[in-house]
Write a protein that binds this ligand. Structure first.
Ligand code: PEP
Ligand code: MN
Length: 351
């Protein structure tokens, strides 16, 4: 069970460049963040890049620059750590928070080593990004390993690497952070709309979506000169963009729930019952079909028939203004369950 200090007021904003590049860039970006009322400053020193030819961060050279940003502007500072030696150096330079990046979180050995290197440390907050694959347990496991050292953790949703057609760099797949929230209601969770969006013009919309569904704050990449940033230049916000986002964003309060909401919720409960009943009816029909397929020695999967079902469903969905990708996904899951049921029927009668 996590308790948060009053320093972590909600909504919490952590802003700053993707990478620390040089002293001027760090201090200019820190000044910009502070002048907009943000209290937490981020900048990556060790950058986990996909390809070795890319800029991999300035490393320990930048520790001094971040410390200076803290002393000059009264900001709390944080950076990414991927191994115990990073932790050790950051602790010497007075870092207030450290974050575990998506690639590190996916590896329990690394998280364990980092967690052990934090033994006995107090007053440092560990931000734990989601792993690249949508696995709530892996994410939660990393948080738990850090919590073993009695440190405060905060989850950060930065999207998932999926092969699907969305305008975003990483898929938001909101159901995964929501499942984490459901499992750990005591945990603060921030959204990193920058890595999800991958594009400056989409950052604000993702940020607002996260606020609408109960996130506790944002980690946003911002740079005093984003077009010339050495990493993630397309997604970093300029001062003007950050100012607009901070002015416009609205975090709803829990007590805004009113009576018309409960009336609508009752109605939703009724619709949900109808959906479950319809699914049950469909599964019973599918079982009957399974028996006939067995008798007539027909294969379970018939590609033309499935295509016909899918086409008809998608065109109905489109006529009703429903998102066709969403409906297709639902039907693929239903179809998978039907195949599973029919397989059980056929295998059973073979015994
Ligand atoms: C970052 O925040 O700059 C970063 C590299 O994050 P992630 O691990 O989410 O890619
Ligand atoms: Mn980045």
């Amino acid at each position: 069970m996590q308790t948060y200090s009053s320093a972590l007021t909600k909504p919490l904003f952590i802003c700053g460049p993707c990478s620390a590049e040089n002293e001027t860039q760090v201090l200019e970006s820190a000044y910009m963040v502070q002048s907009l009322g943000v209290k937490w400053f981020r900048a990556g020193l060790w950058k986990p890049r996909t390809r070795p030819s890319e800029f991999e961060g300035v490393g320990s050279k930048g520790l001094e620059w971040l410390k200076k940003a803290k002393e000059t502007f009264g900001l709390k500072i944080c950076t990414e750590v991927a191994k115990p030696s990073h932790v050790e150096m950051c602790l010497k330079y007075g870092f207030d928070a450290l974050w575990l990046g998506t690639r590190t979180v996916a590896n329990p050995f690394s998280v364990q080593e980092i967690s052990e290197s934090l033994k006995g440390v107090k007053d440092v907050i560990l931000l734990v990004k989601n792993p690249m694959i949508p696995d709530v347990k892996l994410w939660l496991g990393a948080i738990e390993r850090i919590e073993k050292q009695s440190l405060t953790t905060i989850a950060v949703h930065r999207g998932f690497s999926l092969i699907e057609n969305t305008p975003y760099r990483q898929s938001p797949l909101w159901r995964i952070p929501l499942a984490l929230k459901q499992e750990r209601k005591d945990l603060m969770i921030l959204c990193d709309p920058s890595h999800i969006a991958g594009r400056r013009d989409l950052v604000k919309d993702i940020a607002q979506q996260s606020a609408n569904i109960g996130f506790d704050g944002l980690m946003i990449e911002t740079h005093y000169d984003p077009d010339n940033a050495l990493t993630d230049s397309k997604q970093q916000l300029s001062k003007e963009d950050l100012q607009t986002l901070l002015n416009d964003i609205h975090f709803p309060k829990n007590n805004e729930i009113n009576t018309s909401l409960s009336v609508l919720r009752d109605e939703i409960n009724e619709v949900d019952k109808d959906i479950i009943l319809a699914i049950k009816r469909r599964m019973l029909l599918s079982e009957e079909i399974g028996k006939i397929k067995k008798e007539d020695n027909l294969p379970i999967f018939q590609s033309e028939r499935w295509q016909e079902v899918l086409n008809s469903i998608i065109s109905q969905a489109e006529n009703m203004g429903l998102d066709k990708v969403f409906v297709k996904e639902i039907y693929e899951i239903i179809h998978q369950e039907s195949i599973k049921t029919q397989n059980i029927i056929i295998n059973k009668s073979k015994e």
